[in-house]
Ligand binder design. Sequence first.
Ligand code: SAM
Length: 224
Amino acid sequence: MYESEEAWREVDAYFVDTLVPEDKALVNARESGRRTTMPQAEVAPNQGKLLAMLCQMTGATRVLEFGTLAGYSTVWLARAVGDKGRVTSLELEEQNAEVARANLEDAGVADRVDVLVGPAGDSARRLVKDGAEPYDFVFIDADKPSNPEYLRASLALTRPGSVIVIDNVVRNGAVTDPDSDDARVQGVRTVLADIAADPRLDATALQTVGSKGWDGFTVVRRTG
Ligand code: SAM
């Protein structure tokens, strides 16, 4: 019992019930993931709240997100930056962006969020070209093989002091396999190596168990 996935889910449910109240807009955003191209790929509620708290603890008012899906994490981030803040969220699929925009409207934060549709690498390059103000906080949660590209883009769009969180870095433990033929695993391994090799970056990674199974995330602080 204590080591089973059922127990992980029960503990997550207990933590969420106790500490992470979701209003109707958040519940709807989470459940509307069913109408996207990747059902149930949103962060867990306790992770959504952690992202929001990291923004609040670092005073972030400008947030960049790679991977919007139904906008569940986006709602957490947009609420965290407050009504003077701004969130730019990059999403490949128009279908998902439409669902997200409705959820952001419903959550009362649509006016502080831009959902840019298209390959995130292209959208990020456009932001650089247009001279976007540096972002304080970046959440990378799109296609995992592109993680190294998204880190490079994030470095062009942040400043010393900015924080970058990269989701799903465990891949059910496969992340330790240097010979994996899974491009998502290699995307994670390469981005972690790139972070480690960059003197401007300081980072840690945590593995988690819970309602999303065995997973984990990396937190990066830009020091220079
Ligand atoms: N951050 C969301 C949340 O927690 O609510 C979940 C994002 S989901 C894990 C990944 C999203 O990235 C999907 O919506 C998918 O369509 C999007 N995506 C995949 N490839 C992409 C690309 N090349 N550019 C932009 N978005 C992409």
